[in-house]
Structure formats: structure tokens, C-alpha cells
Design a protein around this ligand. Structure first.
Ligand SMILES: Nc1ncnc2c1ncn2[C@@H]1O[C@H](COP(=O)(O)OP(=O)(O)OP(=O)(O)O)[C@@H](O)[C@H]1O
Ligand SMILES: [Mg+2]
Length: 265
């Protein structure tokens, strides 16, 4: 039987937003808006806004509405999400999609509510939130339903996090609001520190290693670097960037399994 509604995995990022549907990435665009400062009007969104960057007429400002992984400008984020969702689903009348949106692990209730509200008002019938590391693990097909631990390190543009996931939930995790250009040794050192705590919990990680994902993991040699600093084998996810949106959709399709581990919205 055909579903009456569509289901989207939305990886809302500081730099890029990806949307997955039907097990495929169907949209990938910069999370950017171009604004006419005098008229306080949005003139372009997503890729179009990015294309204006650097060669915009005076009075037009190109900006990112998220900062450090969370929404900084609510209105602009809602407009961008609305634009992206309509690009994927067409004009929204009766059949609004359900959506699972990624947020950093440990978001405050205010930050979580902003992500929830913006996605809802952008034209969704129902919205859930999922930590980025959990979405990545689900999207990469790690055996997260089993009792043994799966370690994921997500290196994003605005925030990074590491987590150990078992039985469909996060066992231990932490976020650093650092990503992209600010990504440096601090994160590896932090993972080593955190890793010490994790191994108090489980030895699975030593056998399986840790999975790296996010745009920052594309930096050449990051896997070798993490292996060296932590002493635990680090490997790159098969689809290091797409796995979050793909995983968000997967979690949405089995939401009852995950529900009690998802951030409240
Ligand atoms: N090919 C590459 N080599 C090295 N670094 C890269 C590459 N591509 C992207 N990056 C880095 O990844 C960052 C973007 O990562 P990503 O798309 O995962 O962030 P995001 O999802 O938008 O942000 P966040 O999830 O933290 O809110 C960029 O800031 C850049 O530093
Ligand atoms: Mg991201």
C-alpha cells in the first residue's frame, strides 16, 4: 500500500544541508541565504545564494543562518527549509512530509525546539530530531541494534561529536562546537580522552575501530591521524557525508525503535 505521506531525512548543517528520500540523497545545497539589507528581503537561497557570494551587488548580504551546528537566525532557516522541502516535494498542499532532522548531540531544549519548529513551519506534518552521530551510524549500516558498542566520530562544519551507540541508542557521547577550519588537534586529543572513558565500558571498539564521517573526515589522512593519536583503528565511512541524511530517513522509518533515545522536541 502506498504511503499517504512522504518521509524525508534532513541533515540540517551549518555549511550544507542534505535531504534523503527513498534511500537516496535527493538534495544537497549550501545552507545559505542572500539578503537585500535595505529591504530586509531574501533574494536567493541555497546554491543560488552561494553563487552570489563574492560577486554580489552592494546592499546584498550572503549569510549562513546556522552557527556551530545550531540555528542562529530562525526566520532565515525556516525559509531555507521551506525552499528545500518544496524543491523535493513540490508545492505543499495536502500531503506534507514527515521529517527527521539532525541536531548536535546534547542540544539544549531551546535549540532543539528551534530546529523542530523551523522544519514544522517549513511544511512538515510531523518532525523528529536525531543526533548527528546516531543518524550517521544508522546511515552507514553499522549494527547499532546489537548490544555491542559502535563508535562514531562526526567531524562537521560547525560542530563535531563522538558517540558510542548500542541497542539503537547513544551509550555515551559528547559534542564540541568546533568544526571545519577550526578543526584541529583539540578534537583528536578530546577523542583520545573520551576514548579512555569509553573503553571502561566496552572493548568492542578496539576490535571494530571507530567510524569517521562528516565533511571534516574528507581531509586527507584524518583516519591515519585519529588511529595514531587514539591507538584505535579509525576508518572512513563509505559515504562520509551522505550517511547522515540517509540515516535520518532510516531512523524515521523505524521511529518506534529509536523514539525513547531521540531528543525531545
Ligand atoms: N574535501 C574536503 N577536504 C577537507 N575538508 C573538507 C572537504 N569537504 C568539506 N570539508 C570540511 O567539512 C566542512 C563541512 O562539513 P559538513 O558538510 O559535514 O558540515 P555541516 O554538516 O554543514 O555542519 P554541521 O553538521 O557541523 O552543522 C567544511 O567546513 C570543510 O572544512
Ligand atoms: Mg552536518
Amino acid at each position: 500500500m502506498a504511503l499517504l505521506y512522504r518521509e524525508l531525512g534532513i541533515d540540517l548543517g551549518t555549511v550544507n544541508t542534505l535531504i534523503a528520500e527513498g534511500g537516496e540523497v535527493v538534495l544537497s545545497e549550501p545552507t545559505m541565504a542572500a539578503i537585500d539589507v535595505d529591504e530586509q528581503k531574501i533574494v536567493a537561497l541555497g546554491q543560488e545564494a552561494k553563487d552570489m557570494y563574492g560577486r554580489v551587488p552592494e546592499g546584498i548580504q550572503v549569510m549562513y543562518p546556522l552557527r556551530d551546528g545550531v540555528i542562529a537566525d530562525y526566520e532565515v532557516t525556516e525559509r531555507i527549509l521551506s525552499y528545500f522541502i518544496q524543491k523535493v516535494c513540490g508545492p505543499l498542499r495536502l500531503f506534507k512530509p514527515r521529517a527527521m532532522v539532525t541536531v548536535p548531540y546534547g542540544v539544549t531544549s531551546v535549540e532543539g525546539r528551534a530546529a523542530h519548529e523551523a522544519t514544522f513551519r517549513a511544511g512538515s506534518r510531523e518532525v523528529f530530531l536525531v543526533p548527528r552521530s546516531l543518524a550517521a551510524a544508522a546511515g552507514a549500516g553499522l549494527p547499532i541494534g546489537t548490544p555491542s558498542g559502535n563508535m562514531v566520530v562526526y567531524l562537521g562544519g560547525g560542530a563535531s561529536e563522538s558517540a558510542v551507540i548500542a541497542v539503537n541508542g547513544i551509550v555515551v557521547a559528547n559534542t564540541v562546537r568546533v568544526g571545519g577550519q577550526r578543526l584541529d588537534e583539540a578534537i583528536a586529543t578530546y577523542v583520545r580522552h573520551k576514548h579512555g572513558l569509553v573503553i571502561e565500558l566496552t572493548s568492542d571498539i578496539i576490535d571494530r575501530g571507530m567510524m569517521l564521517c562528516g565533511g571534516g573526515s574528507l581531509l586527507r589522512g584524518v583516519d591515519r591521524y585519529f588511529t595514531q593519536v587514539t591507538g584505535v583503528p579509525a576508518y572512513l565511512a563509505e559515504e562520509p557525508v551522505a550517511c547522515l541524511a540517509l540515516g535520518a530517513e532510516r531512523v524515521l522509518k523505524q521511529v518506534e525503535l529509536f523514539r525513547r533515545f531521540l531528543p525531545p522536541a
